[in-house]
Design a protein around this ligand. Structure first.
Ligand SMILES: O=C(O)COP(=O)(O)O
Ligand SMILES: [Mg+2]
Length: 219
């Protein structure tokens, strides 16, 4: 089998919310604002770090002129501690190993900035599974722009079917616009019910992913 599978990162392969929330809350602390609960910051994740900061600014009714400075601060806080509390979801290392043994070529297409994305993959000993990593700042465009996902597929020279695996509305929209079948992990950071997110197949436990990939490729 020569399928190419791209993966979203936050909420799909890794539970990164604790470190993302910590970085966001350090930024708020810098400007004298009380921390937000993780459940609130979870709602801000999905469209990349600049958008997360924009949502935080709107949440607190801060001047939008602070966006660039607060984005720099948050990226600095996050870069200093991006893998402290972040862990792969259960079954992820096994599923990635199995998929590669099946002959699949794997890559990452995430809206997280590329440098922390690569750092986390190294720190969690997952980097060796992936032929390519495209972050939210790798190109001038990011998901849901399909060019982001298309570029990541084109970076790995491999014929055969393509699949995108993600956890969010943004991932589903990206896959639809890129015309790539989408597999949805239901236990990540989605904001709407599974039924409202277009997907080929969904799974709630990553141990099941290799079987699901086979099903998607046969269907
Ligand atoms: O950084 C984000 O907002 C989301 O990252 P993801 O694309 O890996 O889910
Ligand atoms: Mg995600």
């Amino acid at each position: 089998m020569t399928a190419t599978i791209m993966f979203d990162l936050d909420g799909t392969l890794i539970d990164s919310l604790p470190d993302i929330a910590a970085a966001a809350n350090r930024t708020l602390l810098d400007i004298g604002i009380a921390p937000l609960p993780e459940s609130t910051i979870k709602q801000f994740v999905g469209n990349g770090l600049p958008k997360l900061v924009e949502r935080m600014i709107r949440h607190h009714d801060l001047p939008i002129e602070q966006h660039s400075e607060l984005t720099k601060l948050t990226l600095a806080h996050y870069s200093a501690a991006s893998s402290d509390k972040t862990i792969p979801y259960s079954g992820v290392p096994q599923a990635l190993t199995q998929l590669r043994e099946m002959g699949c070529v794997l890559g990452v297409c995430t809206n997280k900035p590329e440098a922390p994305a690569r750092h986390i993959l190294d720190a969690l000993d997952l980097a060796h599974h992936f032929e390519t990593v495209f972050g939210g700042d790798t190109l001038p465009v990011r998901k849901p722009d399909p060019a982001h996902l298309e570029a990541s597929f084109n970076a790995v020279a491999n014929a055969g079917p393509r699949l995108y695996v993600g956890d969010s509305e943004v991932d589903a929209e990206t896959a639809r616009r890129a015309n790539v079948p989408f597999l949805l992990f239901s236990e990540g950071y989605r904001k709407t019910p599974v039924e409202e997110i277009p997907h080929r197949l969904s799974y709630d436990d990553t141990h099941k992913l290799p079987a699901l990939v086979l099903e998607a490729l046969q269907g």
